[in-house]
Every structure is written in structure tokens, then in C-alpha cells.
Write a protein that binds this ligand. Structure first.
Ligand SMILES: [Fe+2]
Length: 371
């Protein structure tokens, strides 16, 4: 039984310049990024690599159309390395640019072509949430099928993940908090996953400790205090990514996908709506399994009784950013059944990682309570 896997080398630098020098970024490199990151961190370095600005190929979450257009632009040049500098969208797209002679994204997702990796992949995350720099997964919306599809294969592991805390500096408060809440959910869902083991739990727990203490410090000292914690948050997000890359995430992610897809709610924000409610149900169903040491650790961090941890987490997170009833996103009461059915039908890959199984009724009632 495979116990733990991390084929990606983790690197850390104080600034982008040191990374560019150490990795000798040059002519054979393709850098996928955004103009708002290029201008402050890369422009002055006069690097010889080619730069592609993701936003020129479409807005919002990654789609196959975006990836196809980028393939069209870059296919003429034989790059040695693809370097992603950005958040989840940039990273998910970059993961699909590393294969030989591929220009059609749908072919990749439907398994119509043999995928041969012929470029190294280097990922430099600029949010503190996805953990995608250390997972083997890329998720994009396939426009023609009106759905998100995921590609999971070992080739999608980056050769290098590069952590540069200063790149989080310009991240607006909302993006920072929502991405960090996503990281906390990665850590907590992976901790109680049936696939969790001593390695993943040790890493999950470290991420939980750092993120919760960081959130509490931001509540106490105000939003600007996050600038003092950039290194803590980028490391914790990476830890959480390593843990969930091995142990998986479950119902919180599963229940959030229909909301994200129907109303274009960003991933971290959508997850946040379901997080504590799912864990309250888990805790009620079985307080004595892997959730017990988790609750004890959270109680100690938060300074509350074990029974109170999920209410206490809600309070801390609510002081950072408020949750919203689902109807405020545009959801209709009549959609509750449809969302539930879609979770049961399409998200079994994630539901398999639940701490305890959730019935259709239990999922339906979570949507009802949050509506
Ligand atoms: Fe996530």
C-alpha cells in the first residue's frame, strides 16, 4: 500500500530575483503569469524567457478554450520548461502545457491521445490556498460539456514548487482569506480522511495549527497584520497541499462544487460556506474516531471546550469574512434537491474521502440549513 508520495522538490526564496538566478530562467522557458505580477516582480529583471499573460486568454476559472488558445500561441517553440507564477487558474493551465504535440485540451481529458511529458514544470504559487504546486491534479471547465473535468496523473506533479512569501504581498484581503480558508479545509478534511496516515496527519496538523493561530492573530490585530504572516501562510498552504495530495479531501469540497459551478463562486469562498456545517454533522455521527484528536487540538488552539470547537472556528472566520446564506448567491429553494443529486452522482471520488459516509438526506439537510 502506498503510504506517502512527494515527487516535487520544494524550494524557498526571499524574492523572485533570487529564484530567477538560481534557476537560470532563460530563452527556453515559458512563464505563464499575470501582468499584475510581472510588472512588480519580473519586469525589471530583463529575463530572456517568453512571458504569457493568462488574462489575455479569458477571465475567470480555467477552461479548455483558454488552454487551447494558449497552446495555439506557444506551440511553435520547443520550450524546456513551463514556469507557472500565479494562483489556481495559472497553475491548472500550466499543468496542461507540458505535453508533447498536444494542442486540444478535450483530447487530453477524454484520453484520446497518449500524453508524453516533454517539459519540466516549475510552480510558483502566489496565493496561500490551492496547494496545487504539490498535487497531481488539474481541473478545468470543459465549455462544450458545461462541466468541470479533472485530470489526475503523476506527470502533473511539478518538478519544483517554489515558495516566495513576498509574492503574497499584493494579494487583496478577500483573496488572501478565502484562499487560506481553502488551505485550512484541505488540512482538516485530509486529517479525518480514511486515507490519512501518520505522515499526512502530522503535516495536516502542522498546517491547522499555523493557519488557525494566524487567523486569530489577524482578528486581533487587523487585516494588515497578514503582511507579517506571509511566510507562515505560504508554508501552511503548501503543507496542506502535501497532506491532501496524499489523503484527499471530501464532502466540503464535494458540496461546494455545484454552488461554484452554478453561480461562479470562487473555490475558497464556496468551500467556506459548507466547512463547519459538514464537520458538525461528522462530529454528531461519530465523535470518537479521527475527529477526536482533531477536536482536542482545535480546542487547545482556540481555548474552548472540545464540544465548542466548530462554533468557535465559525466565530473566528466570521470575524475575518462573513458567510452568506446560499440564497444570496442566487440559489433557489427548488435547486436544493438538484444540487444534492449532482453531488451523489458526480462527486463520488471526493465522497469516498469522507470521515463517515453521508446519506443523501444528510447532504440535502446541510444544503437546507445553509440555504
Ligand atoms: Fe480546495
Amino acid at each position: 500500500m502506498k503510504y506517502f508520495n512527494l515527487p516535487t522538490q520544494i524550494n524557498k526564496f526571499d524574492d523572485f530575483k533570487s529564484f530567477a538566478e538560481a534557476f537560470s530562467i532563460g530563452e527556453k522557458d515559458l512563464v505563464l503569469t499575470h501582468q499584475f505580477l510581472y510588472d512588480p516582480y519580473m519586469k525589471a529583471l530583463n529575463l530572456k524567457s517568453d512571458f504569457v499573460m493568462q488574462e489575455q486568454f479569458g477571465a475567470g476559472e480555467p477552461s479548455d478554450e483558454m488552454v487551447d488558445k494558449i497552446h495555439e500561441t506557444v506551440k511553435a517553440k520547443p520550450y524546456d520548461r513551463v514556469i507557472a507564477v500565479g494562483g489556481g487558474t495559472v497553475i491548472d493551465i500550466a499543468k496542461l502545457l507540458i505535453f508533447k504535440d498536444v494542442t486540444n485540451t478535450l483530447d487530453m481529458f477524454e484520453g484520446n491521445i497518449k500524453l508524453i511529458k516533454d517539459k519540466e514544470l516549475i510552480i510558483v504559487p502566489t496565493t496561500c490556498g490551492t496547494g496545487s504546486e504539490v498535487t497531481n491534479l488539474s481541473i478545468v471547465e470543459v465549455k462544450s460539456k458545461h462541466t468541470k473535468m479533472g485530470l489526475a496523473m503523476d506527470e502533473l506533479y511539478a518538478n519544483h514548487a517554489v515558495l516566495i512569501p513576498e509574492l503574497l504581498k499584493g494579494l487583496p484581503y478577500n483573496f488572501f482569506i478565502f484562499s487560506a480558508i481553502d488551505a485550512l479545509i484541505h488540512a482538516i478534511e485530509s486529517y479525518v480522511s480514511p486515507k490519512a496516515n501518520e505522515f499526512t496527519q502530522m503535516i495536516s496538523m502542522r498546517a491547522i495549527d499555523t493557519l488557525m493561530k494566524g487567523f486569530m492573530a489577524i482578528v486581533e490585530n487587523g487585516p494588515d497584520h497578514r503582511q507579517e504572516l506571509l511566510e507562515d501562510f505560504i508554508l501552511a498552504s503548501n503543507f496542506a497541499g502535501i497532506a491532501f495530495g496524499n489523503a484527499g479531501v471530501g464532502a466540503v469540497h464535494a458540496l461546494s462544487y455545484p454552488l461554484g459551478a452554478a453561480f461562479h463562486v470562487p473555490h475558497g469562498e464556496a468551500n467556506y460556506q459548507f466547512f463547519t456545517e459538514v464537520f458538525k454533522v461528522y462530529n454528531k455521527k461519530n465523535p470518537n474516531g479521527k475527529i477526536d484528536p482533531l477536536n482536542a487540538a482545535l480546542a487547545s488552539i482556540l481555548g474552548v471546550a472540545k464540544e465548542e470547537v466548530y462554533n468557535a472556528i465559525e466565530k473566528v472566520l466570521d470575524n475575518l469574512l462573513s458567510k452568506k446564506p446560499l440564497k444570496e448567491y442566487g440559489m433557489k429553494e427548488a435547486e436544493i434537491q438538484g444540487f444534492t443529486t449532482s453531488v451523489i452522482e458526480k462527486q463520488q471520488r471526493l465522497l469516498a474521502n469522507n470521515y463517515v459516509p453521508l446519506s443523501e438526506d444528510e447532504i440535502l439537510n446541510i444544503y437546507k440549513r445553509l440555504f
